[in-house]
Design a protein around this ligand. Sequence first.
Ligand code: CMP
Length: 143
Amino acid sequence: MERTFIMVKPDGVQRGLIGEIVTRFERKGLKLIGGKFMLVSREQAEFHYAEHKEKPFFGELVDFITSGPVFAMVWEGDDVITLSRTVIGKTKVTDAVPGTIRGDFASHTNFNLVHGSDSVESAEREIGNMFIEQELVRFDRSI
Ligand code: CMP
């Protein structure tokens, strides 16, 4: 069973889109097993974006993700990493098609509202950076 880390970023929170974004994943049939409203520390931000450490926009990424509260979540299910990225849409907002979260609501790549893990390895690292195992709820769904 796969898990992924999904985060409504500070722009999504400021724009009042937490509910809309959570609804998109629920509507897709994905299973929420953890969620919290939180401030990301600089240490967590640098670890979260470690793969972009050499990029020119690394400092901006860290500044932005620590600039205000985020809504961090863990979703679980078969192929949940790929499925959730399909729901989110392309990183570059000019490529994000209508019907996706970014395609419907984002107009700048730096303010693309939501993050989703891109691999099993990233997901494990990102989940471990923001959650402790006891915050994740194990339960069976009947439907
Ligand atoms: P995210 O999915 O959180 O992962 C890295 C983030 O870097 C990405 O969303 C964008 O918000 C941001 N970003 C800014 N500039 C670029 C760029 N040129 N290419 C990719 N990501 C970028």
